[in-house]
Design a protein around this ligand. Structure first.
Ligand code: BGC
Length: 264
C-alpha cells in the first residue's frame, strides 16, 4: 500500500513512534527513524524493519531545533530521494502544578511538542510542494500526520503545558490542512488516549493504577501502540484520500465523558 513512499517518523525509537514506524514498514514504506535519546533502541527498530525487507535509516535530531530538523530532512531526502509521509510524533511531558511550573518546563514541552511539529511540518511541505503528486504511488502530494492527544480536548490539571501544546497542535493541523488542500497535501491528526507506553507507565503498571485508569476508558482496556499504528497506516494511505483536517480520536471512548455514563 505504501510502496515507493518513504516515511519519516519522529521519536521512532520507543512507544507510539516505534509502533508507527514498524506499521508503516509493514504497509510497504521505507522508513526514516528519528530519535534524540537511546540510539540502540532506534537501531533495533531499523533492524526489525530491514528484516521485513524494507529500508531504514536512523537519524538523530532534536525536533525543537531548527538546524537539526533541516539537517535531518536534507539527509533523509538525499538517502531516499524524497519523502511522502511524515508522522510528527515526538512528544514529552514535564508535569507540574501551574503555580510550581517553571518556565523551563513550559518551554521544553511547547518546544518539542508544538514548535517541533511546526518545524517538521514546514520542511515536509517544502519537499511535498517541490515534488508534487506522483500518480503511480499516491493521489496526494504528501501526507502529514500530527500526533496529538485526547488532551487537545480534555483539560488536564497538573499538565497545563502538555494540554496547551496539544490544543496548539490541533489548530496548527487544521490551519495548514486548509492552506495545503489545494496542493493535494493532506494533513490530519491522531489523538491517542491512554496507550501502554513509557510516557504514562505509572498510570498502568500496577493493578490499582490500571483499575483507576479504566474508570476513564469506556472500552475497558488500555490502548496498545499498535492501535495507533493501524490508524496512522490508514491515514498515510489512499484509503483515506478524501480526509484532511480531521483528528482521529483513538481512545477507547475516553473523550465520551465516561463520568456521565451513569450520572447527569
Ligand atoms: C498522555 C498520557 C495519558 C493519556 C490519557 C496522553 O496524551 O501522554 O500520559 O495517559 O494522554 O490521559
Amino acid at each position: 500500500m505504501l510502496e515507493g513512499q518513504p516515511a519519516l517518523v519522529t521519536g521512532a525509537n520507543s512507544g507510539i513512534g516505534r509502533a508507527v514506524a514498524l506499521g508503516l514498514a509493514a504497509s510497504g514504506a521505507d522508513i526514516v527513524i528519528n530519535y534524540i535519546v537511546d540510539q540502540p533502541a532506534a537501531e533495533e527498530v531499523a533492524h526489525a524493519i530491514e528484516a521485513k525487507g524494507r529500508r531504514a535509516i536512523v537519524i538523530k535530531a532534536d525536533v525543537s531545533n531548527e538546524s537539526d530538523v533541516q539537517a535531518m530532512y536534507a539527509q533523509a531526502i538525499s538517502h531516499f530521494s524524497t519523502l511522502h509521509v511524515i508522522v510528527a510524533n515526538a512528544g514529552l511531558q514535564r508535569d507540574a502544578a501551574i503555580d510550581e511550573m517553571t518556565l523551563e518546563q513550559w518551554n521544553k514541552v511547547i518546544g518539542v511538542n508544538l514548535t517541533g511539529q511546526f518545524l517538521c511540518a514546514r520542511e515536509a511541505v517544502r519537499e511535498f510542494k517541490r515534488r508534487g503528486v506522483v500518480e503511480s504511488v499516491s493521489r496526494a502530494a504528501g501526507k502529514l500526520i500530527m500526533m496529538s492527544s485526547v488532551h487537545q480536548e480534555i483539560p488536564w490539571a497538573g499538565h497545563a503545558n502538555y494540554a496547551a501544546s496539544k490544543g496548539g497542535i490541533m489548530q496548527l493541523m487544521r490551519s495548514i490542512a486548509q492552506e495545503l488542500a489545494p496542493f493535494a497535501i493532506r494533513v490530519n491528526g491522531v489523538a491517542p488516549g491512554a496507550i501502554r507506553t513509557p510516557i504514562n507507565r505509572s498510570a498502568w503498571d500496577t493493578p490499582d493504577a490500571y483499575r483507576s485508569l479504566m474508570t476513564l476508558v469506556p472500552y475497558k482496556r488500555i490502548g496498545e501502540p499498535d492501535d495507533i499504528a493501524h490508524a496512522v497506516a490508514w491515514l498515510a494511505s489512499d484509503l483515506s484520500d478524501y480526509l484532511t483536517g480531521a483528528t482521529m480520536f483513538v481512545d477507547g471512548g475516553m473523550t465520551l465523558y465516561p463520568g456521565f455514563a451513569t450520572g447527569g
